[in-house]
Design a protein around this ligand. Sequence first.
Ligand SMILES: NC(=O)c1ccc[n+]([C@@H]2O[C@H](COP(=O)([O-])OP(=O)(O)OC[C@H]3O[C@@H](n4cnc5c(N)ncnc54)[C@H](OP(=O)(O)O)[C@@H]3O)[C@@H](O)[C@H]2O)c1
Length: 248
Amino acid sequence: MPHTLGLIGSGMIGSSVARLAVSAGIKVLLSNSREPETLADLVAELGPRARAATPAEAARAADLVVAAIPLTAFAHLPAAALSGKTVLDTANYYPERDGHLTELDTATLTSSALLQHHLPEARVVKAFNNITPHQLVSLGRPANAPDRSALPIAGDYADAKTEATRLLNILGYDAVDIGPLATSWRSEPNTPAYIEPYLGERPAMNLEEFFRWTQQTPGVPVPAARIAELVRTAVRQKPGEAKLPSAD
Ligand SMILES: NC(=O)c1ccc[n+]([C@@H]2O[C@H](COP(=O)([O-])OP(=O)(O)OC[C@H]3O[C@@H](n4cnc5c(N)ncnc54)[C@H](OP(=O)(O)O)[C@@H]3O)[C@@H](O)[C@H]2O)c1
């Protein structure tokens, strides 16, 4: 079990991972794009296992790092401080939000492969990208619980995927290995394993109502076999056309 988890990005997804981690007894080092003091409220809420730092400090001091930042910020990640680290990448590409990136629009690279290029000395594992923040917290269960859910992971390094699997296990999830970073598109927006299975049936609503609703609904457990099946049946969409999960 990692002693310290570094969070680069402590917004909706980063703080959810941090909540699961402190509940599991892991120390967290939180960081964002501003001064560590700006995270005082979150640190206070998470309690004595949480501390705020700069991204480089969080990267250096952590056994394992979660990058939970907007895709557009990947070039700001501290590559030197992340050298030798396993970095779990939560990012998704939505051109209407993130702007267009040619390598992604042409499917030359997946977004996590792009991150791996930026962090050549780190081991990137895609994780936590296909579930909404509230459901990530509410669906975590102990090992062997009958309603335990699974999350897909993808990466090019077996040892890093083993680390990611251990962390997920401690945080309350089974991991389903969906292959290298090149196939990580199988859990990305507009694929069957992306967000919807964990939400279950939902009423018609606009984007704002959707975000509010996801913060209230507990979510639906999705076991490993179901995730494996959904990932297997994914058909690659044009990444440049991924739409935010608005709603109809
Ligand atoms: N929300 C979801 O439903 C969801 C689900 C799965 C995956 N994701 C993906 O996960 C990633 C994070 O999403 P989110 O919803 O958690 O976003 P968010 O709530 O906007 O949080 C983003 C975090 O990243 C930090 N950040 C931005 N630029 C940074 C930089 N250069 N260095 C360090 N930290 C930086 C922000 O810090 P400041 O506050 O200082 O700007 C903030 O703490 C995105 O790629 C998103 O697509 C989101």
